[in-house]
Design a protein around this ligand. Structure first.
Ligand code: ATP
Ligand code: ZN
Length: 304
């Protein structure tokens, strides 16, 4: 790895992603579909960008906001939960945020929930007063409790938060939930959501002031394109002129269609970019409404 100085102008952009774990593969896949490719480093921590001057740093997700704050890396792909927790922790100390969210990325969905033991009745947030809540997110929990004016104890644990109530360490937990299966297996049930999270692109509070700004802009433009078409398809069909309004009513998620005349009078050919799922049922509905020769095509790439 080349020596790092956050002050000197840099020509290459460095992006931190999780080395292994839930976000590792989807983050790489997203960057690859933006046209990035890398030569794997022998140390498996640094990958030199080949197609563009954009290098990868493979790290623990918890380190990503701090690495951006220090200027060791320029951008990062990290859960909003981790980014907001880091910033909340710094805010509590009167320090500036480490990094800011540039855009959500549509994967790694989860929630930060408060959960209580199965048998306990839930009457509302004030019930938490005087209780001990175990969490790996003390910054976010403390900020939420303060905002609600609730005086509860925060028990900070780095892992296995969900067994804390059974061990008598806490009365409730504040933990990440996706399916809820882990909570249920530990006889806990979610009662409140503090944060809805997904993977986000994180970046510094200020512009770089060198070539990296243009690279970061380009990367975000490409991400826009990739994310926009993730569930999008090009729909093509023919219909008589009079059937078109009814057909378009069935396509509320479509961009304004391109309409072409086929036989000089009544038959039209339409193509429309649709952003929602194109199920068999939808095709059947369109056919019933007068669409003929329906075709659904994948989209390789778009650039606005
Ligand atoms: P690391 O070794 O990088 O610290 P980790 O154990 O903290 O890994 P993972 O369990 O891989 O991290 O989770 C990474 C991110 O995936 C979380 O911070 C969160 O944003 C997201 N995520 C999605 N669903 C869940 C879930 N059910 N539990 C935990 N994290 C989830
Ligand atoms: Zn982690």
């Amino acid at each position: 790895m080349s020596p790092i100085s956050s002050a000197a102008p840099r020509e290459r952009l460095r992006i931190a992603i999780q080395k292994s774990g839930r976000l590792a593969e989807p983050a790489r896949a997203l960057l690859a579909s933006c046209g990035l490719s890398w030569r794997e480093g022998r140390d498996r921590l640094f990958c030199h960008g080949e197609s563009l001057p954009v290098d990868l740093l493979l790290v623990r997700d918890d380190d990503i906001p701090g690495l951006i704050a220090e200027g060791v890396c320029d951008l990062g792909i990290v859960g909003r939960n981790v980014l907001d927790e880091t910033n909340a922790g710094r805010e509590a100390l009167g320090a500036a945020a480490a990094a800011r969210e540039l855009r959500p990325l549509g994967f790694g969905d989860c929630r930060l929930d408060i959960a209580i033991p199965d048998g306990v009745e839930w009457t509302g947030p004030t019930q938490l007063s005087g209780l001990r809540i175990a969490t790996s997110y003390p910054g976010l929990l403390r900020r939420w409790l303060d905002g609600q004016g609730i005086d509860a104890g925060v028990v900070t644990l780095s892992g296995s938060v969900e067994i804390a109530p059974r061990l008598g360490q806490a009365d409730a937990v504040c933990d990440l939930v996706s399916s809820g299966a882990t909570l249920a297996a530990n006889r806990l049930r979610p009662v409140l959501t503090l944060l809805r999270s997904e993977a986000v692109l994180a970046g510094p509070l200020r512009a770089f002031g060198d070539a990296r700004d243009e690279l970061a802009q380009m990367l975000q433009r490409r991400m826009d394109g990739v994310l926009k078409i993730r569930d999008s398809r090009l729909l093509m069909f023919q219909a008589t002129r009079s059937a078109v309004p009814g057909l378009l009513a069935l396509l509320p998620d479509a961009e304004p269609p391109t309409v072409m005349q086929v036989d000089g009078k009544d038959t039209l050919a339409l193509q429309a970019l649709c952003h929602g799922a194109m199920s068999w049922q939808r095709l059947e509905d369109l056919k019933l409404a007068g669409a003929r020769g329906l075709m659904v095509l994948p989209i390789e790439r778009t650039l606005a």
